[in-house]
Design a protein around this ligand. Structure first.
Ligand SMILES: Cc1ncc(COP(=O)(O)O)c(C=O)c1O
Length: 364
């Protein structure tokens, strides 16, 4: 009997393509919503000092207690109500693993963040969708109807949504929570770019679901250091929630999942939050400048509370035309509910000018 040369992959992974936006070596990269300015020197210097003193021969603090305490302090919550992991993607994976799983359902919006259903699949959780309206918004009534109809175990809303940039009203979060029994996860990867947060990097802007944590007992609010905190290369995300959720997440996390260097980087970022996030005002200004320029080109652009803009050119081929000119943005032209749409991240003024110049050429 000849033995097989390969072991069969799980049935639901057959034919699956690994997820990832292209990482191309081009002149201007505006496709994955990073902050274009690196962290300030004061952050890098303090981090280097801390890393020098780390006892790397020891395992890290398994509970990441000091980091969770510092994160909690930012919004007035104790460390027992804070959890951290390697990027908010890992926080989401842990949430879907703990509260989803075989036979359970996750409700997402369509359009929404494209990694949500992929993370759910890794956690062997089925995804179901509620479609946004033609203006890419969702009313509290439509949200509640979807929860009643589909009876999900977990609901996940990105707010501001990606790729639309539009936040969900707190009424929508409340309606989703109160219409069913699900754990409600609000993914606030971009919340620091909301208008009222821009000044001074307010950790609890008015649109944040953190404002609902005391009211809604099954609520989780996910955040990340990858966007406004300029640390996409570090891989650190976290959530604010209730202590019973943190207890459950501890059951599915890997031992010592959050390494000592990542914990140190997070702590330093909390200490220097004002300096690390001082670009937000500039980013928001640039976002509005680019939005104005796209509108002046007669393109449909949605208002954005994030560090990117969704727009719809009247003609095809714009994504490739920009790429031919060394400008990489994100192509959503064939995504459900986003017919013909493109998304551009806000870059430096020079990068944004390069994008706008190339776009003008392509549209001519
Ligand atoms: C809505 C949303 N959530 C989460 C993430 C992932 O963030 P992280 O780098 O913390 O895993 C992204 C990244 O683009 C995102 O757009």
């Amino acid at each position: 009997m000849s033995l097989p040369a390969r072991a069969p992959v799980r049935d639901d992974l057959l034919g699956v393509e690994p997820y990832g936006a292209p990482q191309l070596d081009v002149r201007v990269r505006l496709n994955i919503n990073e902050t274009p300015e690196p962290p300030p020197a004061v952050f890098m210097e303090r981090l280097a000092d801390r890393v020098r003193d780390l006892a790397l021969h020891r395992y890290p603090d398994r509970r990441a207690w000091n980091l969770r305490a510092a994160l909690g302090q930012r919004v007035g919550l104790p460390p027992e109500r804070v959890w951290a992991a390697n990027g908010s993607n890992e926080v989401l994976l842990q949430l879907f693993t703990a509260y989803g799983g075989p036979g359970r359902r996750l409700l997402l919006t369509r359009p929404g963040y494209s990694a949500h259903p992929l993370i759910a699949r890794v956690a062997v959780t089925d995804s179901v969708h509620v479609d946004l309206d033609a203006d890419l918004r969702l009313s509290a009534q439509a949200a509640a109807d979807a929860v009643e109809r589909l009876d999900p175990d977990v609901v996940c809303l990105a707010s501001p949504n990606n790729p639309t940039g539009i936040p969900f009203a707190l009424d929508v979060v409340r309606a989703v929570h109160d219409a069913g029994r699900a754990l409600v996860v609000v993914d606030e990867a971009y919340v620091e770019f909301a208008a009222d947060a821009a000044e001074g990097g307010d950790p609890v802007p008015a649109i944040s679901a953190v404002n609902l944590l005391d009211e809604l007992p099954r609520l989780v609010v996910c955040r990340t250091f990858s966007k406004a905190f300029r640390m996409a290369g570090v891989r650190l995300g976290y959530c604010y929630t209730h202590d019973w959720v943190v207890d459950d997440l501890r059951k599915v996390r890997l031992p010592y999942h959050l390494d000592a260097m990542t914990q140190a980087a997070g702590l330093v970022a909390c200490e220097l939050a004002a300096e690390v996030t001082d670009h937000i005002g500039r980013t928001v200004c640039e976002r509005e400048r680019v939005r104005g320029a796209l509108t002046a080109l007669d393109l449909h652009v949605w208002p954005s509370a994030a560090n990117f803009l969704l727009f719809r050119p009247d003609i095809g081929g714009v994504f490739q035309g920009l790429l031919d000119r060394g400008v990489l943005i994100r192509d959503f032209t064939t995504a459900p509910g986003l017919d013909g749409c493109l998304r551009v991240s806000v870059g430096t003024p020079t990068e944004n000018d390069a994008f706008l110049d190339a776009l003008q050429e392509v549209l001519q």
